[in-house]
Write a protein that binds this ligand. Sequence first.
Ligand code: SF4
Ligand code: SF4
Length: 214
Amino acid sequence: MDTASLRRRIERLIHTHSKAYAPSMLKSGFSCVRCGWCCRENFKIRITQDISRPSNAISVFPDDIRRITRGTGLQWDDVAQPDIYSCLSDGEKILAIGWLLRRSGKNECIFYRKNECSIYEWRPMICRCYPFFMGERGVEVMHCEGLGKEMASESAEGMARVLKRYEMKKLRSYIGIMAQLGDKLNFANLRMLPCGYEGEVFVCDGEMISVRRL
Ligand code: SF4
Ligand code: SF4
């Protein structure tokens, strides 16, 4: 992954109307039944030999965090934590690539309460796109209890717009993070922090570099 290829992907997205993504969504027939399956940890995703990422580790953009703080009155650190599953060491410092929605001791998103999302109105973009994501060959679908239902074409078009916006934001955020990390960014060196890690972490989120003590 390099900046030029990310820019090409952004260009392709700009020139593709979001309606082009709607038919595959319509075919899946999605309607959220608010079961919370996607908010709970159901499995681990093996990213590298060393990184085993919980299925519900939710990456969030700074804009997501700001929207949730505005909506809930919570502080930044009540909402988000450094992405402990996506870290590098430059020999002196631990660098985390972005933020995760804060997780509870039970490994759940802290906003998953009484079997539902307690911040539904302000939830992160990635949660708004679920169960769809942009794969190599277009829209792909993840496990979801709400598939195979009636779906109105307006609803598919709305989700297609959100997915396109999310994908563009994600790619631009990668470009920002690459600019922050320069040649320190080597995906082969990505690690997750050991359980119980204590120390400083420098979070690079494409906008700014923030220091947090874990
Ligand atoms: S998106 Fe799917 S898995 Fe998540 S709460 Fe809705 S129905 Fe359940
Ligand atoms: S923010 Fe809401 S929808 Fe997203 S993982 Fe947390 S509880 Fe689920």
